[in-house]
Design a protein around this ligand. Structure first.
Ligand code: ATP
Length: 453
């Protein structure tokens, strides 16, 4: 973890998220549900843009990857075979002074002595394993066999359905199965806003291959995934690729990278890229007694494929996008008065709203009609926000805070009143530079669409 933290910046981001409707605490009016978050109107758009872009580049634009969507409720046998039932736990300690429950591997140390981050106390219990899985009861009977789990990761349903997907998609190695969906972990200490939650979403790819291809594909996917983050607007210098040391890797993994981002609360993991060998398929084949192997028609050999897994967090990436986009700058208005402009500098591809459409005056029928017409033209292609209330400067500022990259203003020149050559042109305002240009309405879609896709 990096020492460079900026709690003040984080507070501002959390407050903007609530103020503008990105993220709210779950069940807030009842005091909140710890570790759970609700995404508001802007948050859900941002999250959907991220998921859709991941799906596009990881599945739709590739011949060698197919998708699936597994159930959240998971058969106990699946998580017994995967090893989760026995080993998916974090070490927990209690602070005897303030009664806080803490993760033993995340305790701060002072002069070599571990202490409670809450009260500074040093009287801590021994560490004991704390089960991270949420279990529930299926159906009416209460016997232990009716226990089901909320999945702690999306990966297991991919392994369990490997044969069905292979047989129906008729893919040849190497090929991947991708999934985006909810996962649940009863984290001992949810913290850092949405970074560590109890309910979250993952975007996972299981990329199956021949044993001899594993190490090379691990490098390939690490590079691809770093490029992905750059393509959603996270600069390379804020990303860090950590080679997970042997001692910290799962015993079956032959190599793991963590892709980390420089959050205001330190350098933290966004995604893990792991070469998991044939561990998972082997475990499920053994436990279920059903073959999960692959028949190579060229060599006439049967074997269990190996797998490389890039596993990313939706919520953590959304948080990284927000942290990365947040900016404050001092600007001077026409009257020479200076003020602070808060702006979210999202990559247009990720921005929740792509364009704001503003008639200069709301009580001028012609301006309003033109603006509504533009809204209707752009709407099938992107998320458009129509706003007719308040001074135009205020409307721009509101969109700056929402991270909207473009603003279109319909004014009297649009109507051709001052200069006939300007008929059917509008002002296009750019969020980052605040520069304005005159553009024909008929050209708007061609100019905007490639930038926001
Ligand atoms: P950590 O060490 O931070 O607990 P992990 O190494 O256990 O994470 P994985 O099991 O590798 O995480 O899960 C893959 C991805 O799922 C993580 O990189 C992260 O983006 C996301 N993720 C895991 N746990 C959480 C959580 N509690 N809240 C939000 N996202 C999570």
């Amino acid at each position: 973890m990096s020492d460079k933290t900026d709690p003040q910046r984080m507070e501002k981001i959390v407050s903007l998220c609530k103020r503008r409707g990105f993220i709210f605490q779950s069940s807030e009016i009842y005091g909140g549900l710890n570790g759970c978050w609700d995404y508001g109107p802007l948050g859900v758009e941002l999250k959907n843009n991220l998921k859709q872009y991941w799906w596009r580049v990881m599945v739709r634009e590739r011949d060698d990857v197919v998708g699936m969507d597994g159930s959240i409720l998971t058969h106990r046998a699946v998580l017994r075979a995967s090893g989760h039932e026995d080993t998916f736990s974090d070490p927990m300690v209690d602070c005897r002074t303030c009664k806080a429950r803490l993760r033993a591997d995340q305790l701060p140390e002072k002069s070599g002595v571990k202490q409670c981050p809450n009260c500074g106390g040093k009287d801590l219990t021994e560490a004991r394993p704390f089960d991270l899985m949420f279990s529930t009861q299926m159906g009416a009977s209460a016997d232990p066999e009716s226990i089901a789990y909320l999945r702690p990761e999306t990966a297991q349903s991919i392994f369990v359905q490997f044969k069905n997907v292979l047989d129906t998609s008729r893919k040849k190695l190497p090929f991947g199965i991708a999934q985006i969906g909810k996962a649940f972990r009863n984290e001992i200490n949810p913290r850092n806003f949405t970074f560590r939650s109890r309910e979250f979403e993952q975007m996972e790819l299981e990329y199956f291959c021949r044993p001899e291809q594993g190490m090379e594909l691990l490098e390939y996917w690490k590079e691809e995934r770093v490029k992905f983050y750059e393509n959603i607007g996270i600069p390379r210098e804020k990303l860090h690729v950590l080679t997970v040391p042997d001692a910290d890797r799962a015993f079956y993994s032959k190599g793991t990278y963590d892709i980390e981002y420089d959050f205001p609360f330190g350098m933290q993991e966004l995604e893990g890229v792991a070469y998991r060998t044939d561990y998972d398929l082997k475990q499920h084949q053994e436990a279920s007694g059903k073959p999960l192997d692959y028949f190579d028609e060229e060599t006439k050999q049967r074997f269990i494929p190996h797998v490389v897994e890039p596993s990313a967090g939706v919520d953590r990436t959304v948080l990284a996008l927000l942290c990365n986009a947040y900016d404050e700058e001092t600007v001077t208005d026409e009257k020479g008065k200076s003020e602070t402009r808060i702006v979210l500098r999202f990559h247009p591809r990720m921005a929740p709203i792509k364009v704001g459409v503003f008639p200069l005056l709301k009580n001028n029928e012609q301006l309003v009609a033109k603006a509504r017409e533009i809204q209707a033209t752009l709407r099938p292609h992107m998320n458009v926000f129509y706003d007719e209330t308040g001074a135009i400067g205020r409307r721009y500022r509101r969109q700056d805070e929402a991270g909207t990259p473009f603003g279109i203003t319909v004014d009297f020149e649009t109507l051709g009143e001052k200069d006939a050559t300007l008929l059917d042109t509008v002002t296009l305002r750019h969020r980052d530079s605040m520069k304005q240009e005159r553009i024909k309405i008929s050209e708007l879609l061609t100019v905007l669409l490639p930038q926001v896709q």
